[in-house]
Design a protein around this ligand. Structure first.
Ligand SMILES: Nc1nc2c(ncn2[C@@H]2O[C@H](COP(=O)(O)OP(=O)(O)OP(=O)(O)O)[C@@H](O)[C@H]2O)c(=O)[nH]1
Length: 351
């Protein structure tokens, strides 16, 4: 599953590909036409853009610096559109290309940059158009100017509204893709995305980051004895219970069937252990009631620390999972971290 950043990049790569193809075809056709008309400078600019588009054709699908290439390509392209109107003997119909600027810049640069780039080149385009093509009858000039300004406003507004809605829909879809339906918590995708950000921060600031795996004890019994709907309610109850006892910056996600993963950022190992253990203890002391059935649900947990136990999510989850299994072997309803791991191993061996 793609994260939000990658999703946006893929979409822009496809739009850029279409633009490059059109520029290559347009570059060839218009440079031949302009050579024929004796507009050498314009023909040279168009040929250069055709070649530039050809150069970018494969690169744009692989580059890590997509936005940089988009900017390097679009700013001279829009300048060339304005320049094409300025060249003596060029056709007034070139102005229709100016109308494509808001659509192209919103699609490729997003809402904010797209707006400013559109504004700058549209104003430049209109100014050059008036300077080159508007003369004679005042009434016709006013009508021409109004036509141009209104059509530019319509296209820019539509591009703006489209991009705002597209961004919102994309955000909503990614939100849904990262949410577990039963509990409303984040899922594995959300966990992986958040871990990437938190790990980057932890590395840079040398601050602690813990990965905790919780697993409900004897959960199968609850399903078997009281039905799946009670099991589901139990999962929601545990999700809310833990969520209410962690900080807003901690991320609780549903990792699998009856497993939850918790990322705790900025707390030392000792403090994380205390926090997780107090959640476990409080849960064991609390009753859960659903459909007149009252139960006590307990959890076992395994904890791993970024840096000490690994520097990627897979390694940390593996370590936390091993400790979770030790907690299960140790009789359940307990938390295992690197500090009590050896003591537990020793106890288990002497048994
Ligand atoms: N109600 C419900 N049950 C689920 C869901 N996902 C997984 N389960 C159940 O969770 C249970 C997990 O059982 P086990 O893996 O045997 O673990 P356990 O019974 O909790 O025992 P220990 O983990 O060893 O303490 C299975 O019965 C699954 O059907 C879910 O979304 N809803």
């Amino acid at each position: 599953m793609l994260n939000s950043l990658e999703q946006n990049v893929q979409y822009r790569r496809s739009v850029m590909r279409v633009l490059l193809l059109l520029t290559m075809v347009g570059g060839v056709i218009f440079s031949i036409l302009n050579i024929y008309r004796g507009l050498w400078s314009l023909a040279a600019v168009e040929s250069v853009f055709g070649l530039f588009a050809f150069f970018l054709w494969h690169r744009i699908m692989q580059t890590m610096h997509l936005q940089r290439w988009v900017t390097i390509y679009l700013l001279p392209l829009f300048s060339a559109m304005v320049y094409a109107m300025y060249v003596p003997n060029s056709a007034g119909s070139i102005f229709v290309w100016i109308l494509t600027i808001p659509v192209i810049s919103y699609l490729l640069m997003g809402r904010k940059q797209g707006f400013w780039v559109s504004l700058f080149f549209i104003i430049s385009g209109i100014t050059v158009y008036h300077f080159r093509f508007i003369e004679g009858d005042i009434a016709i000039n006013i009508a021409n100017s109004l036509n141009i300004i209104i059509s530019v406003c319509v296209i820019t507004s539509l591009a703006h509204v489209y991009e705002v809605n597209r961004e919102k829909n994309e955000e909503r879809l990614l939100d849904l893709a990262g949410t577990d339906k039963l509990t409303g918590l984040g899922n594995r995708m959300k966990l992986a995305e958040t871990f990437t950000l938190y790990a980057e921060y932890a590395k840079r600031h040398k601050s602690p980051l813990a990965v905790v795996l919780f697993d409900l004890d004897f959960f199968k019994k609850i399903n078997d004895q009281h039905g799946h709907h009670v099991g589901d309610a139990g999962l929601r109850y545990i999700a809310n219970f833990i969520q209410a006892r962690v900080r807003k910056t901690d991320l609780l996600s549903r990792f699998g069937g009856e497993e939850f993963a918790l990322l705790i950022a900025g707390s030392s190992e000792v403090n994380c252990f205390k926090q997780v253990d107090s959640i476990r203890q409080e849960l064991a002391d609390t009753h859960f009631t659903h459909d007149d059935i009252t139960l006590t649900i307990t959890v076992s947990a395994g904890m791993a620390m970024y840096g000490k136990d690994g520097d990627n999510l897979e390694a940390l989850l593996l370590k936390a999972d091993q400790r979770l299994y030790q907690a299960k072997d140790n009789g359940r309803n307990c938390v295992v971290d690197s500090n009590n791991q050896q003591a537990i191993e020793a106890t288990l061996q002497t048994q």
